[in-house]
Design a protein around this ligand. Structure first.
Ligand SMILES: Nc1ncnc2c1ncn2[C@@H]1O[C@H](COP(=O)(O)OP(=O)(O)OP(=O)(O)O)[C@@H](O)[C@H]1O
Length: 257
């Protein structure tokens, strides 16, 4: 399994620079959550890491620059679930999740029993069994989101990048998803990077948080050091109080005037 290093990543769209010289690293088997207000550059950071946003700077997996890897090798190292995915029309859930196995297939491109077992396991774990033969187009928002995540998890990449994975999921399905990702991290050493708006969930699952504001790193560290009322007021323009759960993790609650 692999560590992820980002060095001086600057990215943007057209003439607009939206991410300025961001550097960070994530140890093998660790979980980093990127937080920050709307438009701060969280999705752009993930897109630059996977190479779909124009950027300068370096992205290294286990000290190896990603740009030196071919498409297949890169897909075995990095799995990515975008916030707004383009879904192929007409595919069933199973066929779509099976696409996640593409980087692992042999020369003839046929999936074997091991690939199908991975797909069935992920489909089952994300509560998609009963929807397995339904066309993607007929799914609800949360069901579609789970199918997109299932495809990324079935890829079994060393580093998993999930953009707002819990958006649209109810609390039970959000928890099941984050638990599954955490299990991959603990059992297989998968390195995890998520963007998350839910700061309490981010603190519960991630070992470290990286707070982006206006395309630069405003704070980085353990959840308790980043999630302070002062920092959140400054960067989110929000009135919050930070409580503590029985396990000590911070719980961020908005405060009414
Ligand atoms: N394809 C694009 N073309 C032009 N500008 C873009 C594009 N995608 C994003 N942007 C701009 O880049 C900035 C950062 O966007 P990004 O999606 O990375 O933010 P974010 O932190 O993920 O936001 P959110 O919390 O709202 O999802 C925003 O100002 C956005 O309008």
């Amino acid at each position: 399994m692999s560590s992820l290093t980002v060095r001086h990543l600057t990215a943007g769209y057209g003439k607009d620079v939206v991410l300025s010289s961001v550097s960070t690293s994530v140890d093998t088997g660790s979980w980093l959550s990127i937080i920050g207000p709307n438009g701060s550059g969280k999705s752009t950071l993930l897109k630059a890491v996977v190479g779909i946003a124009r950027h300068t700077g370096d992205v290294l997996v286990d000290e190896q620059p990603l740009r030196t890897l071919g498409r297949r090798a890169r897909a075995r190292r990095l799995g990515y679930a975008p916030q707004i995915p383009q879904l192929p029309v007409g595919l069933t859930v199973t066929d779509y999740v099976l696409l996640g196995r593409t980087p692992h297939l042999g020369l003839l491109g046929h999936e074997g029993p091991a690939d199908l077992a991975v797909v069935h396991d992920v489909v089952n774990r994300l509560d998609l069994d009963h929807l397995a033969s339904r066309p993607l187009a007929t799914l609800s928002g949360g069901e579609r989101q789970r199918a997109v995540l299932a495809r990324a998890l079935a890829q079994q990449a060393d580093v998993l990048l999930l953009d707002e994975p819990t958006t649209g999921l109810d609390v039970g399905h959000a928890q099941a998803l984050l638990d599954l990702v955490d299990e991959l991290r603990r059992e297989h050493g998968t390195t995890v990077v998520t963007t998350l708006h839910d700061l309490t969930l981010a603190a519960q699952y991630a070992a470290r948080l990286l707070l982006l504001d206006n395309g630069t790193v405003a704070a980085e560290g353990e959840p308790t050091s980043v999630l302070t009322p002062k920092t959140l007021a400054e960067h989110y323009d929000a009135r919050v109080t930070v409580l503590h759960a029985p396990d000590g993790s911070p719980v961020v609650t908005p405060v009414r005037d």
